[in-house]
Design a protein around this ligand. Sequence first.
Ligand SMILES: NC(=O)c1ccc[n+]([C@@H]2O[C@H](COP(=O)([O-])OP(=O)(O)OC[C@H]3O[C@@H](n4cnc5c(N)ncnc54)[C@H](OP(=O)(O)O)[C@@H]3O)[C@@H](O)[C@H]2O)c1
Length: 292
Amino acid sequence: MKILITGIFGQIGWNLAHAARNQGHTVVGTYHNQRVESTFPVYPLEMMPHKLEHGLRLLPFLPDVILHCAAYTNVDKAESERPKVFAINSLSSNPVVSYARSIGAKLIYLSTDYVFDGLTGGYTESSIPFPRGVYGLSKLLGEAPVLAYKNGFVIRFTPLGHALRLPHHPLSLMDWILKCYRDGKKAPLFFNRTSSPVTAMDLWNVIDEILAGRQTQALLHVHSDLKDLLQIGREIEKVFLLSHTTTYGFLSHNNYSKIRPFLAHLKSNYLKPVSLNESLITLKQQRKSHEA
Ligand SMILES: NC(=O)c1ccc[n+]([C@@H]2O[C@H](COP(=O)([O-])OP(=O)(O)OC[C@H]3O[C@@H](n4cnc5c(N)ncnc54)[C@H](OP(=O)(O)O)[C@@H]3O)[C@@H](O)[C@H]2O)c1
């Protein structure tokens, strides 16, 4: 298939691009400020709603599938940049949907557990969203036009860590724990916060099912089987053979937690939980093979 990835040099876009190409798909990407030398054909494209559809039509590539990964992802900064965040994460979905509809392409929008308030956790696709911050709200609004399109899909998830990491990518949970270990520091993990993180490979496995037409649910939660952050950290410790790196942490009510869900683990009515242990083992092997 011909796959267009927006935000190809972002954490998810970069990993999905490699996963798709490894399976024989043709991948073309769009980028914004950060450009990296790569073997993928890439084109600049800004996610500003007024000129986006025109920009998509100018690409010398007619995709069968669009993986819409470009987004404003700085959760804290988003609070003071509302118009920009809503333009990129919410309003841009309209031209992307319009373009996908006009060429009959499948469209997959990546979304987040931040659409929930985090008071109870265990959110399924039928749970009612209630975002705490601007970022979560902007993503929720960006989902709607995609879900209204018959070939549109929304995948909500939380990232754990990925096989490939570019120098400009922020540290994932997993990389932060690995860094703490290397620096001889303790990694405090909030025992009062839950999460169900997955890797880009776990996302790709679901996307692959969508592309093959075996998965037809428009809204999907991709999630793992553990939910306690400390337990998740201990699993990372076990698989990566780090000793005594994680420790108890407590998330209090502050500016950080005000705009993030506390009990954020997802569940799904349609997908089985991913085994965190198996995902980590695969990730470790992938990292080793990339380093070799
Ligand atoms: N990271 C997370 O914790 C997380 C969690 C759940 C869901 N998601 C979702 O997963 C998707 C991928 O996220 P990610 O982790 O890969 O984020 P990321 O690493 O921040 O990548 C986002 C990409 O979007 C591009 N972008 C930002 N503003 C843009 C604009 N105005 N025009 C065009 N491109 C723009 C960025 O390019 P530049 O850097 O060049 O600006 C970057 O390549 C997003 O939809 C995000 O909401 C992320």
